[in-house]
Design a protein around this ligand. Structure first.
Ligand SMILES: NC(=O)c1ccc[n+]([C@@H]2O[C@H](COP(=O)([O-])OP(=O)(O)OC[C@H]3O[C@@H](n4cnc5c(N)ncnc54)[C@H](OP(=O)(O)O)[C@@H]3O)[C@@H](O)[C@H]2O)c1
Length: 271
């Protein structure tokens, strides 16, 4: 396995969804390695507080961009406001579903917003920021996905489908860009202790007894293994291995995923 020297990628990183949870942990890990960061999120006070903290701790430059990644034109705007920077690292993190219900119990517009933020915008980010990296012959792209990508499951229809999109996109770009100097990692997460996850759990009104991953461990592991793509499964005994459902029929995998989703839903958690 390859220990990453991040300064080799370039002087700036972007974390899309970088103001709390896994995203802000990526921002800390990036800044602690001397890389300047652009943080993207919607809530300005949370974004600015995260930026101030990172500046104070690591002495790097931090730029904030308040954007809704599910809105049309968001990635063109992000490219415009960072056009003066050499971006060597892109982490596309924003992606959680904070309302995991049956497919028809959610508004169509909410599904479409999720698909835009988790698919269209991810593809656009990889295209707009990946192209200059490939041209320069250096860079790294991390697409954060989920165990929900492994198989379909009840209450996971749109979310799981978007996460499968992100996984396949990351793996495909890894295959195309290997040898170009640009590393790509599809980062598969299980339940992780983030504000987003806690909001979901609190809304469910029950406590979940299972172990949650630490977002700082998640980010640190991924940043250390940027060169070990295409896929890194956080928390797995074999993080570069295959799907944990690999030995099951598709039907059994979908039933197992649905049981897991229903247990998580009872406890008010998402994956
Ligand atoms: N936490 C888990 O248990 C878990 C499990 C499996 C996979 N994952 C994956 O891990 C990633 C991170 O999850 P997370 O739990 O940290 O929560 P998250 O809600 O995906 O990420 C939170 C960050 O993204 C920003 N964000 C969310 N929606 C945005 C939007 N439309 N536009 C711009 N910024 C947006 C948030 O700030 P604002 O709200 O201010 O915009 C915040 O900075 C996701 O891709 C998720 O699918 C998480």
């Amino acid at each position: 396995m390859t220990a990453t020297v991040m300064s080799a990628y370039g002087p700036w990183g972007i974390v899309a969804g970088g103001s709390d949870g896994v995203g802000v942990a990526f921002a800390h890990g990036t800044a602690s390695r001397g890389i300047n960061v652009v943080l993207v999120a919607r809530r300005v006070p949370v974004l600015e507080a995260a930026a101030d903290d990172i500046r104070a701790r690591y002495g790097v430059e931090v730029r904030t961009v308040a954007l809704d990644l599910s809105a049309a034109g968001a990635l063109a705007e992000l490219e415009r406001v960072t056009s003066d920077l050499e971006v060597g690292l892109l982490v596309y993190n924003a992606g959680a579903d904070n309302h995991s219900v049956a497919f028809l119990d959610k508004d169509l517009d909410a599904h479409l917003e999720l698909v835009h933020r988790n698919c269209t915008a991810v593809l656009e980010a990889a295209y707009r920021f990946g192209a200059p990296m490939v041209a320069r012959g250096r860079g790294a792209v991390v697409l954060v996905t989920s165990g929900a990508a492994w198989a379909g499951g009840a209450t996971l229809a749109a979310y799981g489908a978007t996460k499968a999109f992100d996984l396949i996109l990351a793996e495909s770009l890894w295959a195309e860009w290997r040898g170009s100097g640009v590393d790509v990692l599809g980062l598969v997460l299980g339940r992780t202790d983030t504000p987003s996850h806690r909001r979901m759990r609190d809304a469910g009104g029950e406590s979940y007894g299972g172990e949650l991953a630490d977002p700082y461990d998640v980010a640190e592991q991924a940043l250390t293994h940027l060169g070990d793509g295409p896929t890194w499964i956080h928390g797995s005994a074999n993080p570069t291995g295959g799907s944990p459902f690999g030995a099951l029929s598709r039907r059994d995998a979908v039933l197992a995923m649905s049981r897991g989703a229903s247990a998580g839903k009872k406890a008010g958690v998402e994956r």
